[in-house]
Design a protein around this ligand. Structure first.
Ligand code: F6R
Length: 241
């Protein structure tokens, strides 16, 4: 895995945004895997600026998002459907018909997941997958476990993740207990994985990520097996390396 250590969150976000923009400039029909959470907010802000300045055109891009809470309504401001529009999609010229996010309103999650994988596989996987990492090493909502799922699936969130994500909701009881998440197969289908990590809270998991061992108890550690991963961190996240 290639490491890029940036001084600040802003520098990390700008570096990531340029990598995404270069991907789209090189291949205007790119398929991009998007992540949510607090980490990529700065990257999306920079991408909006690059779009506004005419540097990048998203009209040919197809998006596949990593995950979505389940169940959740699209108009819930904590849904990833809402988050992606609010932070990026409503501000750039990506086409509505090219947006794919697991549907938190679906009535048959198993069918939704199979269909999601089928559609992504038919398009050949993603060209670039943006990822964040949980304090517990999760990627997407692939939580630490004895075994990990290849396919997109309905996952029970760990108490850990519910507590960490409660900061976005009014109260912890409002955090959905489940989510639809791309499995490890979907993540690994990407030609280039861009993992973004910032802040001192993530320093211990960064240390584990680069410890030289892989385990499903740290799902992100499996990324060490992918041939093309770029990890962009700020100095705080990299402080224990
Ligand atoms: C988001 C996602 C999660 C987050 C992770 C880090 O789509 O899949 O894996 O990337 O929980 O979240 P933040 O960025 O809020 O620290």
């Amino acid at each position: 895995m290639r490491k890029i250590i940036c001084k600040t969150y802003e520098e990390m976000s700008a570096t990531a945004a340029y990598i995404v923009a270069e991907q789209v400039r090189t291949k205007p029909q790119s398929i991009i895997g998007f992540a949510t959470g607090s980490t990529p907010v700065g990257t999306y802000k920079q991408l909006r600026s690059l779009y506004e300045s005419g540097y990048v055109d998203f009209s040919g891009v197809t998006a596949f998002n990593l995950d979505e809470y389940y169940p959740i309504k699209h108009d819930n401001d904590q849904s990833y459907y809402y988050f992606m529009r609010d932070n990026l999609f409503s501000h750039i010229n990506i086409k509505e018909e090219n947006l794919n996010i697991p549907n938190g309103e679906c009535s048959d999650p198993a069918k939704e997941c199979t269909e999601y994988d089928r559609k992504m596989a038919a398009m050949g996987g993603t060209d670039l997958q943006i990822l964040g990492i949980g304090n517990n090493g999760h990627i997407g909502f692939n939580e630490p476990a004895d075994s990990l799922s290849l396919a997109t699936y309905l996952v029970d969130l760990t108490e850990d993740t519910i507590e960490v994500n409660a900061r976005f909701f009014e109260k912890i009881e409002d955090v959905p207990r489940q989510a639809l998440t791309m499995g490890m197969g979907g993540v690994f289908s990407s030609k280039h994985i861009l993992l973004l990590i910032n802040g001192s809270k993530k320093a211990p998991i960064v240390k584990e990520l680069f410890s030289g061992s892989i385990t499903p108890q740290v799902p992100a550690s499996l990324l060490n097996l992918h041939p093309n991963v770029t990890v962009i961190m700020d100095e705080e996240a990299a402080s224990l390396l």
